[in-house]
Design a protein around this ligand. Structure first.
Ligand code: ADP
Ligand code: ADP
Ligand code: MG
Length: 654
């Protein structure tokens, strides 16, 4: 076993790897960018090396600096985590050339699977079923369009260098092909520096089922069963589970055999995942699955496999990389119970899952989900840390294991309902809604489920008057200094020394809410909310609402929903008025990729005006109302959060 390793990653996965290293008595070296100087992974590591500024191109993707850091600290091996350099064969070459060990497969295995088109050609040869489609070299638009027609619509355009769902477009109709192709290419070019694509048949009622494989340097390869990752938004996983619901023995046998065959075809060593797409339109059939791609690294959702097999995959990675044989034989690897993982993201589900940023002023996870369940929270942040625009906005993974699927899913729901995050928009309520979605609960999943049920899944009921009153009391400082004590008694003290009434202004979304707080003789309080709301008496409220107060805001938690109220500073009124005027601001920092309208243009509500590229994704910005454009951002300009992108002529607002 190694005595010291370096982890070329950040966030939860860096923390996760450090945990196992510590268990095995291996010292861990962290690397960090400017933005991560005080990050959790830096704190947890035995040593840490600064590798550059915050943008990933200047830090976490700088293979030269990472190798130098390993050499300088005397680390013998580098664990890449996932993302970043984990699937970069040139980085592996560099690591090996420096006399270090890469904790993962060889550069040639990664190359073989690195491009989706070449990987598919290779798998076809190895006798693994592959999604029907075009994965050739030629890229002329006329050719691709004619291939699409041959394959038959709907088709899926995919960046051959793609990952994380980027550079992928589903096309329903030939008329939309060329527009979808340009947009997929633009996104692929920006994210991967490669705009070549393949075109595939879009599989009906698709389920994403993947098989965890593991190989060693002695030619052995095993599988650790399957995971179902069909719950996806924007082709990205949000809730994963193991085993796959409704899995049949015949399909499991066929899939795991194909997966091991794929791993052996490329002499695979270390942890890897073979992703398959399964046509579930006629139930799960052993001849209705196809190879999609191989991820030659540890997967984000590896914990569900660990939960159902009792195997520490990071431990296996370290053992295999240090030259040991696979710790278990196929027949010794058993499935036990059922596990779920939910990815908690800073993102706005109601706004098309737009990534969010912010400081996590309040962050609380439950220790246990429910009786007879095991729970793990994988996170790389703590309260007070920021979700910056530089990196992936994942906050944590909630992983729950129980004896069967129903119990595990109930446990997951409970865990989500007890999770509290304030300071950024998060997807907790969306995840909880998904965990109780009737089709999801029934195990009737496919990758279109979230899209079909999107409206119900992202809908948040309006806060009721009790919730607003609790927020108003908290905003008035009712629980100031006595977070654990009865909040109402502290307001009694407050009122005693000051006037007996106080007026509070709150904002919930667009709505301004006036509240008049007054103390009654019996020591209780009355919160009179302006119409259409009612008057609420403190004795009608729950004794201790779950809430968080953070700069300028109060968040009240009800189950998995966090109702956030802004508590405007009366002095800031002028600013707000300016913000409310007819201009469109950047929702996050980014690059103005494409401008589709010009000054003086009359535009109609909903018309796309420009494309903002932020967090490696393209976001189309549309006109919020009819109007005439007075000013519009220039193509290629870099904008920060809140920058005016479009200003409408004053008298033109419809
Ligand atoms: P990435 O590298 O971005 O993960 P994948 O090829 O693994 O790309 O595809 C991501 C997701 O897109 C899959 O999990 C699946 O939901 C969907 N998908 C991919 N290929 C197909 C297909 N041929 N038919 C239907 N859905 C697909
Ligand atoms: P998996 O297939 O392992 O579930 P996804 O394909 O959903 O993972 O996402 C993994 C990809 O997302 C990585 O290849 C990387 O580009 C990006 N990514 C997600 N989270 C992180 C992170 N915390 N750090 C770096 N990259 C990340
Ligand atoms: Mg994939």
């Amino acid at each position: 076993m190694f005595s010291k390793i370096l982890i070329a990653n950040r966030g939860e996965i860096a923390c996760r790897v450090i945990r196992t290293a510590r268990k095995l008595g291996v010292r861990a070296v962290a690397v960090y960018s400017d933005a991560d100087a005080k990050a959790l992974h830096v704190e947890l590591a035995d040593e840490a090396v600064h590798i550059g500024p915050s943008p990933v191109g200047e830090s976490y993707l700088r293979g030269d600096r990472i190798v130098a850091a390993a050499l300088a600290t005397g680390a013998e091996a580098i664990h890449p985590g996932y993302g970043f350099l984990s699937e970069n064969p040139d980085f592996v070459d560099r690591v090996v050339a420096a006399g270090l060990i890469f904790i993962g497969p060889s550069a040639s295995s990664i190359r073989a699977m690195g491009l989706k088109d070449a990987a598919k050609r290779l798998m076809e040869k190895a006798g693994v079923p592959v999604v029907p489609g075009y994965h050739g070299e030629a890229q002329e638009i006329v050719l691709l369009a004619s291939k699409a027609r041959e394959i038959g619509y709907p088709v899926l355009i995919k960046a051959r260098a793609g990952g994380g769902g980027k550079g992928m477009r589903r096309v329903e109709h030939p008329d939309d092909f060329s527009e979808a192709l340009s947009s997929a290419r633009r996104e692929a070019k920006a994210a991967f520096g490669d705009d070549r694509v393949l075109v595939e048949k879009y599989v009906d009622k698709p389920r994403h089922i993947e098989v965890q494989v593991f190989g060693d340097n002695f030619g052995n390869a095993v599988h650790l069963y399957e995971r179902d990752c069909s719950a996806q938004r924007r082709h990205q996983k949000v809730i994963e589970e193991a085993p796959a619901p409704g899995m049949t023995e015949a399909l499991r046998k066929a899939m795991t055999e194909a997966a091991v065959k794929a791993a052996k075809a490329i002499d695979y060593s270390g942890a890897g995942t073979i992703e398959f797409i399964v046509d579930a339109s006629q139930g799960l059939k052993a001849d209705r699955f196809w190879f999609m791609e191989m991820n030659t690294r540890l997967q984000v959702e590896h914990p569900v496999t660990e939960m159902v097999t009792g195997i520490d995959l990071v431990e296996w990675q370290l053992r295999v990389a240090s030259g040991e044989r696979l710790p278990k034989m196929q027949t010794e690897i058993k499935l036990d119970g059922h596990a779920f993982e939910a990815r908690l993201y800073a993102e706005d589900a109601a706004k098309g899952f737009l990534p969010a940023t912010g400081t996590l002023h309040h962050l609380k996870f439950p220790d246990v989900a429910a009786k007879n369940t095991a729970m793990r929270v994988e996170t790389g942040v703590r309260a007070g840390d920021a979700i910056s625009p530089y990196y992936d906005p994942m906050i944590a993974k909630l992983v729950v294991h129980a004896g069967d699927r129903d119990a595990a899913l109930r446990g997951l729901h409970k865990a989500l309902a007890r999770t509290e995050v304030a300071g950024s928009t998060v997807n907790t309520a969306f995840l909880a809604a998904l965990a109780t979605d009737p089709d999801f609960v029934a195990g009737d999943v496919d990758t279109g489920l979230i899209g079909r049920h999107q409206q119900e899944l992202v809908a948040i009921p309006e806060p009721n008057d009790e919730t607003i009153a609790a927020a108003a009391l908290a905003a008035a400082g009712a629980d100031a200094g006595t977070p654990a004590a009865d909040p109402w008694s502290s307001l009694a003290g407050y009122a005693h020394f000051h006037t007996l009434a106080r007026s509070i202004r709150l904002r919930y979304g667009e709505e301004e809410i006036q509240a008049q707080l007054s103390a009654r003789r019996d020591g209780r309080f009355q919160v009179a909310l302006a119409a259409p709301h009612d008057t609420v008496n403190s004795h009608d409220l729950r004794a201790a609402p779950r809430l968080a107060r953070w700069p300028g805001h109060v968040t009240v938690f009800e189950g998995a929903i966090g109702y956030t109220f802004a508590v405007p500073d009366p002095l800031a009124k002028a600013d707000e008025a300016a913000a409310a005027s007819g201009s469109l601001r950047a929702p996050m920092p980014g690059l103005v990729k494409l401008v589709r309208a010009a000054e003086g243009d009359a535009v109609i509500k909903g018309q796309p005006l420009l494309i903002l590229e932020a967090m490696k994704m393209e976001h189309s910005i549309a006109a919020p109302h009819d109007g005439v454009i007075a000013e519009i951002a220039t193509e290629g300009s870099q904008v920060s959060d809140g920058t005016v992108l479009v200003r409408f002529a004053e008298d033109s607002q419809g």
